[in-house]
Design a protein around this ligand. Structure first.
Ligand SMILES: Cc1ncc(COP(=O)(O)O)c(C=O)c1O
Length: 374
């Protein structure tokens, strides 16, 4: 029974299969951290956490303390790493929620020290992405500062690759890895041993076991999507047999069907005119829902057939040319992303049309739309 104007379906078995794929790659002893930031890449923060917690995830990665708070309120008790910045005022909340924090500022360490409560931290090392992270030449002093506070446990050291998924030439990634290895060696020379060292995102986890260390962090590929065409190509040339299963489908219904004559314009701005007598279906999904306004040349699937969007995508609606689809009725299912019959529309197909990546496409699906586990 249709219950919503538009909804996201989560294929639980596909998710479990992808989790198993990464467990097989990394072996039983390393930890599997599943990034569930950005509403689990659009798949539903709590929904994904609940399934993954029972199916091999050891750790969750979120961006903010607010996301961590939602997890704890939903009885997710697994370790959580907050991978984005935590405001100094929110550090007491981090302690209360027993989450691990990424750190790279001395101010954060001193503020945690003043709290004098047990907290786990992971130091982020800058190795060339030039985003968050402490410079390698500052690492030893930073760690010495941490060691002044006995309640702060240095649980992890990590870095993030800049372009491992953007290219089939991994020279830069290996340079970053060498910097990371050097930093680990320098710390060990000073008798500092860190339990969880980690570097691997999806592409690294699929391609290079030497990036695994003690924990891996595959995000996009846990959701069954490849990081890029280049990663897929590299996996092929390295003979990695990886079967990723897309987890998400996005669906809606037909709200109205109308016949209009040749030469009529459709939608805001009258950007398109019909070139024939046209049957239009009105679909109650628009850019507010996360269907990008730039997707005005995209297609949807109805009755297993592709149909193209006509005119502009509106805030909460779009119009689709269904002239060639037979026996169409209101409330028939419309697939915006996913499979119906023999047709399928992938996140990559839509992302290409608006010059972006599958990551952005799925993370921007409005979090208020229902996520339904199937
Ligand atoms: C620090 C960190 N680790 C892991 C990931 C996961 O990367 P991917 O989704 O490419 O696997 C991200 C994603 O942005 C990240 O920022």
């Amino acid at each position: 029974m249709i219950r919503y104007l538009s909804w996201v379906e989560i294929d639980k078995q596909a998710l479990i299969s992808n989790l198993k794929t990464f467990r097989r790659l990394i072996g039983p002893r390393r930890k599997l951290l599943i990034p569930i930031k950005a509403n689990a890449y659009g798949h539903g923060l709590v929904e994904i956490a609940k399934i993954a917690a029972k199916n091999g995830a050891d750790f969750f990665g979120v961006n903010s303390i607010q996301e961590a708070n939602i997890l704890r309120h939903n009885k997710i008790t697994k370790p959580v790493l907050v991978m984005g910045y935590t405001l100094l005022k929110d550090l007491p909340l981090a302690v209360k929620l027993t989450v691990s924090l990424i750190v790279y500022n001395e101010q954060t360490i001193r503020a945690l020290g003043r709290l004098n409560k047990p907290i786990n931290i992971h130091v982020k090392l800058e190795t060339g992405t030039n985003r968050q992270g402490i410079m390698p030449d500052k690492l030893l002093n930073f760690v010495k500062l941490i060691k002044k506070y006995p309640k702060i446990k240095l649980e992890g050291l990590y870095t993030h690759f800049a372009n491992i998924e953007d290219t089939t030439n991994h020279t830069f990634a290996f340079k970053q890895l060498a910097t990371f290895n050097q930093a680990v060696a320098d710390l060990e020379k000073n008798n500092i041993h860190i339990p969880l060292k980690h570097t691997a995102c999806s592409a690294a986890a699929i391609l290079f076991p030497e990036t695994y260390f003690d924990l891996v962090r595959p995000g996009i590929s846990t959701y069954g999507l490849w990081s890029s065409k280049e990663t897929r190509l590299s996996a092929g040339s390295l003979r990695r047999k990886i079967n990723l299963k897309p987890v998400l489908a996005w669906k809606s219904v037909i709200a109205q069907i109308k016949e209009i004559k040749t030469g009529e314009c459709v939608g805001y701005g009258c950007t398109e005119k019909t070139a024939r007598n046209t049957k239009l279906a009105i679909i109650p999904v628009g850019y507010w829902d996360g269907y990008d306004r730039g997707l005005h040349h995209a297609q949807v699937i109805i009755h297993g057939q592709r149909a193209r969007i006509f005119g502009r995508v509106c805030m909460n609606m779009m119009m689709v040319d269904v002239t060639d689809i037979k026996n169409i009725a209101i409330e028939d299912e419309v697939v915006l992303l996913g499979q119906q019959g023999r047709e399928s529309i992938t996140a990559e197909e839509l992302a290409d049309q608006i010059n972006t990546i599958n990551y952005e496409l799925v993370t921007r699906i409005n979090p208020t739309l229902p996520r339904i586990i199937i």
